[in-house]
Design a protein around this ligand. Structure first.
Ligand code: MRU
Length: 358
């Protein structure tokens, strides 16, 4: 377990570590209104696909327990409204939709016939989602171990650790598991413009874990792949389409192309909650456009000329052809992903699971 938790539920209060202030300040914010949870997700108090999924589920729990509804159908109606507001907070990570659907599936149980029963079921499903997330991350780490050589230098993009999940992390969980299993692993940490999740959050997590790391600017990965031996790149994801196209933090696509050009394996760590089989390919994944101020400003300093046009897509889509393997808690998918992901999502092990991509 990590010394800090991005998300905690304490007797009807949702507590979130304010990731906007890290690493300089470690401050928690308490929430009792789901509307404020939606704003916190939008403002990136909490971020990372699995973490915002769990936060949305707890947002529903807040909506349920702080409701004044006198009858079941009013409460169900209020939960539908809350779901719409929470789900709209950030469009790309499918975990929001996934977690909300899970809570509603649980609430469809005909045995839930009183308001306290509905409230209890909402809290217990949110707790289950949070607990499972930790197990999922650890399992992804174990499934990835065969791909990590005894001594490895890897490139990581964005933040995918404890902060981006309920605990442990996905891509950073792979690095952490490898370190815990005695691999000598060194991480080149992409700073991840514009919000610097790599420089601020990943570097903070890696130093607490005692894993050697060096922060690099996003544009430096090609240089390091050309001048040093890089064993692999590893990233998380916000939504994986049925064909393996993967939406993740802006800059992931560039990294994947550079890795491909240098023959460096490119791994995506993906909880199955982030795989969206309803999207045939990445073209239909909604890409969040964030405020221009994230690009114009560094801290309190404006760095661009006043009035300049800015584009700030928060995510990009890496085509499946640049991905070596997608590592889930249920197994490892190799190309062709349409087949291997379908098998994983059906619950059967993919036939090509044991073959290492080489
Ligand atoms: O905008 P963010 O910080 O929420 O983006 C996070 C990422 O892109 C992560 O790589 C992704 O959510 C996977 S986190 C395990």
């Amino acid at each position: 377990m990590t010394a800090y938790r991005s998300i905690e539920w304490r007797q009807g209060v949702l507590r979130l570590l304010d990731q906007r202030l890290l690493p300089q300040q470690t401050e928690y914010l308490d929430f009792i209104h789901y509307q404020e949870v939606a704003i916190a997700i939008q403002d990136m108090v909490i971020r990372g696909a699995p973490a915002i999924g769990a936060a949305a589920a707890y947002g529903l729990a807040l909506a349920a327990i702080h409701s004044d509804a006198k009858d079941l159908s009013t409460l169900r109606g209020e939960l539908e409204t809350a779901a719409g507001i929470l789900q709209a907070a950030r469009p790309t990570a499918v975990n929001l939709v996934w977690a909300i659907k899970r809570v509603f599936d649980r609430l469809s149980d005909p045995k839930l016939v009183t308001i306290p029963m509905l409230q209890e079921a909402t809290i217990s499903e949110a707790n289950k989602i949070a607990e499972e997330d930790i197990w999922v991350c650890k399992q992804i780490g174990l499934n990835a171990l065969p791909f990590v050589p005894p001594v490895a230098t890897v490139i990581h993009h964005c933040n995918t650790g404890s902060l981006a999940t309920v605990d442990y992390g996905t891509a950073l969980g792979i690095i952490r598991t490898a370190h815990e299993h005695g691999r000598k692993i060194e991480v080149l940490v992409d700073e991840t413009r514009p919000r610097l999740q790599g420089a601020r959050l990943t570097a903070w997590e890696l130093s607490q874990l005692g894993i050697p790391h060096t922060v690099i600017v996003d544009g430096a990965s090609g240089h390091f792949m050309r001048t040093r031996h890089i064993d692999f790149c590893v990233v998380g994801c916000d939504r994986v389409a049925a064909n393996g196209d993967t939406a993740n933090k802006i800059g992931t696509y560039n990294l994947a192309i550079v890795a491909h050009a240098h023959g460096v394996p490119f791994y995506v760590a993906a909880p199955t909650s982030t795989i969206d089989m309803t999207q045939e390919n990445g073209d239909t994944i909604p890409i969040e456009e964030r405020p221009s101020a994230e690009v114009e400003m560094i801290g309190d300093h404006q760095i661009t000329p006043t009035g300049v046009r800015v584009a700030n897509p928060a995510f990009d889509v890496t085509p499946a052809k640049f991905i070596t393997a997608i590592i889930t808690e249920k197994g490892v998918a190799f190309p062709p992903f349409s087949q291997s992901l379908a098998e994983i999502m059906k619950g059967s092990s993919p036939k090509n699971q044991s073959s290492h991509p080489g």
